[in-house]
Write a protein that binds this ligand. Structure first.
Ligand SMILES: [Zn+2]
Length: 444
């Protein structure tokens, strides 16, 4: 810690380093950010503000964290790269639709789930290619071994589906990254600590045992996206390889960290991933515009630090987060965890938009006491027990033929197809309800 025990004169203060090294061990970290991605606008009233990415980058630069990482300005993903997961008709649609020609394609808008959540805004296709390009660039550095940890805060858009956008996400950069990783890695672990269920990623890999998806999120059946109950465990060969941790409002630092570690530790030991993808959605923080948890920045970061401690190659992605000043604080703090330094909790003096962080100008404002914790010890213990029972079915890590990769989505058995269709039908039935629930959020 950098707690001062006495006052320093102005000159010493000026020379004080912005961070202190934590340990001798430091993995090779890379940071993948194309500044253009922060320039897009979903719309004035829309809670998703790509501006939060620019704010994050200002903090990372302000603390000089670039000195501790390889910094890349990635190029946008190509159309062909998007087609590795997304359907051609959907990518065609994204490519041609603009706010000006909406009326010409009005018949397609409903088919492609365009609405208040996922509006057509200026440059939506270019924006999607930018954040996806950064995730794919980060992935390639992990695959080549150039990086042990690769960070893309503009990525992590976990709701996008094969043929439609969902929950502010148009292209699923996570699925595309995991598909690339599967060419070289036998087992990929995906961890999602966004407030919302990581449904798009779970759905894409629901039938394979090569990707284990784990999502911690608010769940009550109606809260967006409506899925993610503890009994969703995967299908066919992927059965038991999807883990869902449904939580109630107001979960606090201590219970979240305890639950997270007590699940992730045995899970990593038994699944033995060769690479981990961590989605760090910031809407699980307390005081988030769309949030309902009580987490502080240090608690969120503690989960990321815990995963890093396993020393397995790690792709670190952003995700949700709708109070830009806290999103940027969190992701800057988590960048410091990855680069193994301790930041002064007082924000650097000369960063742009410093007034956004008034009045405290601290990296660690108190976000943790706004809501009652509706997660009793008994409830959390019950969830944990169910999940640990599920781990017993794993029978050790699956060993795989690398020729199976990437998973062929078209080669499902009839039984698996039926099971998926049934799940999709159920999901359709709750879509109206969850869209209605979302309208309230958008007007907030
Ligand atoms: Zn979210």
């Amino acid at each position: 810690m950098t707690e001062d025990t006495f006052f320093t004169d102005a000159k010493t203060q000026k020379k004080k380093p912005l961070y202190q090294p934590n340990s001798i061990y430091s993995p090779h970290v890379s940071y993948h950010y194309n500044p253009n991605v922060g320039e897009y606008h979903y719309g004035v009233k829309h809670p998703m503000k790509p501006f939060r990415l620019m704010l994050t980058d200002h903090l990372v630069i302000g603390y000089k964290l670039y000195e501790k990482m390889d910094v890349y300005i990635p190029k946008p993903a190509s159309r062909d790269e998007l087609l590795n997961f997304h359907s051609e008709d959907y990518v065609d649609f994204l490519q041609k639709i603009t706010p000006d020609n909406l009326s010409k394609y009005s018949n397609l808008l409903k088919d492609f789930n365009i609405g208040d959540d996922c509006p057509v805004f200026e440059g939506v296709y270019d924006y999607s290619k930018l954040y996806t390009g950064a995730s794919l660039d980060a992935t390639s550095k992990l695959i080549s071994g150039a990086s042990d940890i690769a960070i893309n805060w503009s990525g992590g858009l976990h709701h996008a589906k094969k043929s439609e956008p969902s929950g502010f996400c148009y292209v699923n950069d996570i699925v595309l990254s995991i598909l690339d990783l599967l060419r070289y890695h036998p087992r990929v672990l995906y961890i999602d600590i966004d407030l919302h269920h990581g449904d798009g990623v779970q759905e894409a890999f629901n039938t394979t045992d090569r990707v284990m998806t784990v999502s911690f999120h608010k769940y009550n059946g109606l809260f967006f996206p409506g899925t993610g109950n503890v009994d969703e465990v995967g299908v066919g060969k992927g059965k038991h390889y999807a883990i869902n941790v449904p939580l109630n409002d107001g979960i606090d630092d201590e219970s979240y960290i305890r639950l997270f570690k007590s699940i992730m530790d045995p899970l990593i030991t038994s699944f033995k991933p060769t690479v981990i993808v961590q989605q760090c959605g910031a809407d699980s923080l307390g005081c988030d515009r769309l949030g309902c948890f009580n987490l502080n920045i240090k608690a969120h970061g503690e989960c990321v630090k815990f995963i890093k401690s396993f020393g397995i190659p790690l792709l670190v992605l952003g995700g949700g987060g709708y109070t830009p000043r806290n999103v940027s604080r969190l992701w800057c703090y988590e960048t410091s965890i990855m680069t193994d330094v301790t930041l002064d909790s007082k924000l650097p003096e000369n960063i742009p938009f410093r007034n956004f962080f008034n009045p405290d100008c601290s990296l660690h404002p108190n976000l943790g006491d706004k809501l009652d914790n509706k997660n009793s010890r008994k409830y959390l213990e019950n969830v944990r027990t169910k999940i640990l029972e599920q781990l017993r079915f794993l029978n050790g890590a699956p060993s795989v033929q690398m020729s199976e990769i990437p998973p062929d989505f078209s080669k499902l058995s009839k039984e698996e197809e039926d099971e998926i269709n049934e799940l999709n039908n159920e999901e359709r039935m709750i879509i109206d309800a969850k869209d209605n629930a979302r309208i309230g959020e958008l007007e907030a």
